[in-house]
Design a protein around this ligand. Structure first.
Ligand code: PEP
Ligand code: MN
Length: 300
């Protein structure tokens, strides 16, 4: 591990925004002008002119759902599927129908990956699940609630796998880059930032808990070296707004998107107001392709 001389650091002037001193002394690896790409495979790259879309349901509910989702993605030439087998919930109480599929869910993702030649994104909630998840996942997601779980960041970094680090809904970019620094200092530079909405007083609908901070996209791209993706689904919690927020993110320069979709959103075991149905998702991919092309980017 690289040893950094911290003898000249002070915390006398704590600030919520990033100062020149922060860039030099605290955010040494995450800031800087050099642009980095994160290559998932020969034809999936974050941080270049491609905009990869990651899509799928919130949870790996069962095999049938994941097969149906995978078929839709293949039809649209989308290459990365999402779905969590381990899932943090805001409240500890679970409905009778909800159950985390855990290692069984990871086995389903493994089959999907092989049958459909898709890349897999899934969330790591705890270090104890990391071994099983790493066997299947191509990209490890750190959820917003774990953004500053520093032990977890370290262990996930050591896998050397690409990581999506979601910004906590109450954190500054300074804190986000500080968390990133914990990953980078372990030598893993396969890092992708994700903006997923922030808490603000008014979200314009009582079901919407967060609002997408579109401004964070160019801000992060200006500050950091790493690709920035957008999650319009968790930001709005409301499927009808997801297309606008997706297009706004593309216009703001995002390097990728993560979108929730489900065969039957109403039956989604978690957050049923949020996922797009297959038809809505297909329309969104079509318009996203057009808009991206105008901007010299390419949806994959
Ligand atoms: C998710 O991606 O399903 C998720 C829980 O996201 P977040 O951590 O941003 O709420
Ligand atoms: Mn979700």
């Amino acid at each position: 591990m690289k040893i950094i001389n911290i003898s000249n650091l002070t915390n006398k002037n704590p600030t919520k925004d990033i100062t020149e001193d922060d860039k030099k002394n605290k955010l040494i690896l995450s800031t800087g002008k050099k642009k980095r790409i994160v290559k998932i495979s020969k034809n999936i790259i974050f941080g270049g002119n491609q905009i990869p879309i990651i899509a799928g349901p919130n949870g790996v509910e069962n095999k049938k759902l994941m097969v149906d989702v995978a078929k839709q993605l293949k039809k649209l030439k989308i290459k990365i599927i999402r779905g969590h087998a381990y899932k943090p919930l805001t409240f500890p109480y679970r409905s009778k129908t909800y159950k985390e599929t855990q290692s069984e869910g990871m086995d389903i993702m493994d089959q999907i990956k092989k049958e459909f030649n898709l890349k897999v994104v899934t969330e790591v909630t705890e270090i104890r699940y990391l071994d099983r998840i790493s066997k299947t996942a191509d990209i490890l997601q750190i959820g917003s609630r774990n953004m500053q779980n520093l032990e977890l960041l370290r262990e996930v970094s050591l896998t050397k796998k690409p990581i999506i680090l979601k910004r906590h809904f109450g954190s500054s970019l300074r804190d986000l880059l500080g968390a990133a620094e914990h990953i980078l200092v372990e030598g893993n530079f396969n890092l992708i930032f994700c903006e997923r909405g922030v808490s603000i007083p008014h979200t314009h609908r009582d079901t919407s808990r967060f609002a997408l901070d579109v401004q964070a996209i160019p801000a992060l791209k200006e500050l950091s070296q790493f690709p920035v993706i957008s999650d319009p689904s968790h930001a709005s919690f409301w499927a009808p707004w997801v297309p606008s927020l997706t297009l706004a993110s593309i216009a703001a320069g995002c390097d990728g998107l993560i979108v929730e979709m489900h065969r039957n959103p109403k039956k989604s075991l978690v957050d049923p107001l949020q996922p797009l149905n297959f038809n809505q998702f297909s329309n969104l991919v079509k318009i996203s392709k057009k808009i991206s092309k105008v901007l010299g980017r390419k949806i994959v």
